[in-house]
Design a protein around this ligand. Structure first.
Ligand code: ADP
Ligand code: MG
Length: 246
């Protein structure tokens, strides 16, 4: 997809080997991956304006080449219900990130402002990731998201590209599959929507081999028939300057 190539080129020209969240989501939307509505804003006024057109509640997140893990820097504010909350969140994020940078000895670039997005209803949190092995190439990983990734190490992998039945099999291998199938009065989850996301990522990475790492953490998976959305997206690209081979 041309859009992705353009975004990667700009990132490398700016000395970044990762794309910003809005760019990652632009690319993903191009592959049909469901993303809550989003925009960017460089001032508190603009953040309010964008929040109004998206509709409350919203989330604000720092958008900076120097911040990869936004929460760690105090750069994420969720469930902002009105104008005042958005204004306060904008100022707090800028303040938090600035002092986080000071502690780390980096002069954080704040010129890009914030990512503004619709606050998505909570679903089952899953992580969908991609890694690149020098020998085997790209693999997709899927597992339960949040704290469970670290604790349970309940993930399953396949080399990219893979088919729909591979994707279904991957999910079936998870201990967490029981949760997706529905447990204790919780109905089944929209596994098909999650599979669609996995297949779209497989296609995206297959067509853009310069991607060396990708994380959708988290993706929320809703009740059967209600879909799934990716609420956080991170893409790292090969910065070695060599034309990507395939
Ligand atoms: P990071 O992983 O860089 O700290 P995230 O974008 O994952 O930042 O945001 C941190 C947390 O905030 C997420 O794990 C999720 O629980 C919540 N969150 C982020 N974006 C949204 C959203 N659009 N709707 C609802 N919750 C969100
Ligand atoms: Mg995240």
């Amino acid at each position: 997809m041309k859009e992705a190539k353009k975004i990667f080129k700009t990132a490398l020209e700016e000395g970044r080997t990762f794309v910003l969240e809005n760019e990652a989501k632009d690319i993903m939307e191009g592959y049909g991956i469901p993303i809550p509505p989003y925009a960017t804003a460089t001032t508190a006024d603009e953040a309010v304006e964008k929040s109004k057109s998206i509709g409350f509640p919203v989330v604000l997140k720092i958008l900076s080449k120097d911040i990869l893990h936004k929460s760690d820097a105090g750069g994420v504010k969720v469930n902002l219900k009105d104008e005042d909350a958005v204004r306060r969140a904008f100022d707090e994020i800028m303040k938090n990130v600035k002092s986080f940078g000071k502690e780390k000895g980096i002069d954080v670039d704040l010129s890009r402002g914030v990512f503004v997005s619709a606050f998505a209803d909570m679903g089952i949190e899953m992580i969908v990731g991609v890694t690149k092995d020098p020998q085997f190439g790209h693999a997709l990983m899927v597992g339960l998201g949040g704290i469970f990734v670290e604790v349970l190490k309940d993930v399953s992998f396949r080399l990219i590209p893979f088919t729909e039945s591979d994707a279904r099999e991957m999910l079936g291998e998870l201990k967490a599959y029981k949760i997706l199938e529905g447990v204790r009065g919780e109905g089944p989850r929209d596994v098909d929507a999650l599979i669609k996301i996995m297949l779209a990522i497989s296609k995206m990475v297959d067509e853009n081999p310069e991607i060396i790492e990708l994380d959708c953490n988290p993706a929320f998976v809703y009740a059967k028939g209600k879909g799934a959305v990716v609420v956080d997206a991170r893409i790292l690209i090969d910065g070695s300057g060599k034309p990507a081979s395939h």
